[in-house]
Design a protein around this ligand. Structure first.
Ligand code: GLN
Length: 487
């Protein structure tokens, strides 16, 4: 079979159609890689071997009959907050340790319809709250570039799995950076679509006005292929937008010549590691070499994005997580004395420390007397940030800057101080507050650790940012680097 784990999603799909290898062979090979890496990386919460092999056999039959879709027989993984019928969905929490959804999330159903074969559910920060994948009930995920370091979060399991080539692509979600930040820290491509582009139906809710499903893959071309199959209007999600899904793969060829790139001034502030900055500036030079034009752009309200987000997101989380009460589903404490005791102990036992911190903050900022001072104020700041972006897109086509202030950090380095942890999201949160699409691509290394370049586009500008990312990946080979031991 050669080394199919190093092939792109479209090469795998083509190889399957040409019968170079079967879907069952591919599933076996990737499952073996997953099992071999699990002890070191802990990237998966569930590995669905039996179902994967059954689905792969069905895919082989479809391929033989010539009836497959764009991804028929291609193995993928889902972040463990996408509901999967019959397979447990934990959201990285003890609260949902025993939860088996009776239905598939729309993203899961769409990828299944395209023929993809799920190999398992990936580890994540509890309820997607975190930037390092250390808040999971199932233990931390480790970075394949160096297992003493975090892979980023909250989609750290999906990111580590793709970076170590345990799967060629995986779903993920991004509320404040959880696709782009782990993509940067593990040297892969992560795409967060426009809010409303991908259905949230069946995605366990964290902060509903910010959550958006997306893709982690080895390259922009692979992300384009997965997005095309995942995206689309869904009547089950009232925030999903009814606008046609472009053929993102066909649009990758858009020429770069004359592309106006806005370089985000506020992203090159004092918090940015100097070596990281150097790699990002070198990436910008690659773009000028490809015919793009750079302009400095200022988004004056952007520095307020972290405080605004850490009011809005906990507020929405406190409301969304009120449903876990030990009555309807999820964890229930043993032998409750009365109803209050049932609520208190079920929630007390089911949620971890970070989730409790968010629920308490969120309840506080929504409470009478504090609502205007915190929640309403944060919503106003959010509008100002969105307006900054809208103004910037009047004069440039895309915005670029770093994805994170530093490369991957050590496990435990930031767990003692939540504010230090929250500051990891300083460059990613703006796109969520404004609902914009953004992609992170690898653009070099600092001390053998990958660094990410972030490209933000206007609403529904996925094709444009993917084409810009693809042009960079045709000119460079950072996205082809695989951590030692996983090549
Ligand atoms: N790190 C951010 C948080 O902890 C973002 C998480 C996410 O995007 N899901 O909320």
């Amino acid at each position: 079979m050669g080394a199919p784990h190093l092939k792109t999603l479209s090469e795998l799909a083509a190889g399957l159609r040409a019968r170079e290898f079967s879907s069952v062979e591919l599933a076996r090979m990737f499952l073996e890689r997953i099992e071999r890496a699990q002890g070191t990386l802990n990237a998966f919460i569930s590995v669905t071997r039996a179902q994967a092999l059954t689905d792969a056999a069905l895919a082989d039959r479809a391929l033989a009959a010539g009836t497959g879709g764009a991804l028929t027989g291609v193995p993928i993984a889902h972040k463990d907050l996408f509901c999967t019928r019959g397979v447990r969905t934990t959201c990285g929490s003890r609260m949902l340790d025993n939860f088996v959804a009776p239905y598939d999330a729309t993203v899961v159903a769409n990828l299944r319809r395209a023929g993809a074969v799920m190999l398992g559910k990936t580890n994540m920060d509890e309820f997607a709250m975190g930037s390092s994948n250390e808040t999971s009930y199932y233990g931390p995920v480790r970075n394949p570039w160096n297992p003493a370091l975090v892979p980023g979060g909250s989609s750290g399991g999906s990111a580590a799995a793709v970076a170590a080539r345990l799967v060629p692509g995986a779903t993920a979600t991004d509320t404040g950076g959880s696709i782009r930040q782990p993509a940067a820290l593990t040297g892969i491509t992560g795409l967060k679509p426009t809010y409303g582009r991908v259905s949230r139906y069946g995605m366990v809710a964290f902060a509903s006005s910010l959550d958006q499903g997306g893709v982690l893959a080895a390259s922009a071309a692979d992300a384009a292929l997965m997005l095309r199959e995942m995206a689309g209007f869904d009547p089950n999600d009232s925030t999903s937008v009814d606008t046609p899904v472009p053929d993102y793969v066909a649009e990758l060829a858009q020429p770069l010549n004359g592309l106006r790139i806005g370089v985000l001034k506020e992203f090159f502030d004092t918090g940015l590691d100097r070596d990281n900055e150097q790699r990002v500036r070198e990436a910008l030079e690659v773009y000028t070499g490809l015919g793009a034009e750079l302009r400095e752009v200022s988004l004056p309200n952007l520095p307020l994005s972290v405080p605004a987000y850490y009011v809005v997101a906990p507020a929405e989380c406190s409301s969304n997580l009120a449903r876990y009460d030990g009555v309807r589903f999820g964890h229930r404490c043993e032998q409750p004395r009365d109803l209050q005791d049932l609520y208190r102990r079920s929630r007390g036992e089911g949620f971890g420390a970070e989730v409790k911190r968010r629920i308490m903050t969120g309840t506080y900022v929504l409470s009478a007397g504090y609502y205007d001072a915190y929640y309403l104020k944060a919503q106003r700041v959010r509008q100002l940030i969105a307006a900054d972006f809208a103004r910037a897109f009047e004069s440039v086509d895309v915005l670029m800057g770093p994805t994170t202030p530093t490369p991957a950090f050590a496990l435990g380095a930031k767990t003692a101080d939540p504010i230090t942890m929250y500051l990891n999201d300083i460059y990613t949160i703006g796109a969520n507050l404004a609902g914009l699409p953004a992609v992170s691509i690898p653009c070099g290394f600092v001390a053998a650790l990958p660094v990410g370049l972030q490209i933000v586009g206007p609403h529904f500008g996925e094709a444009r940012i993917l084409a810009a990312a693809h042009a960079f990946q045709r000119a460079t080979d950072w996205h082809l680097r695989v951590p030692e031991g996983y090549a």
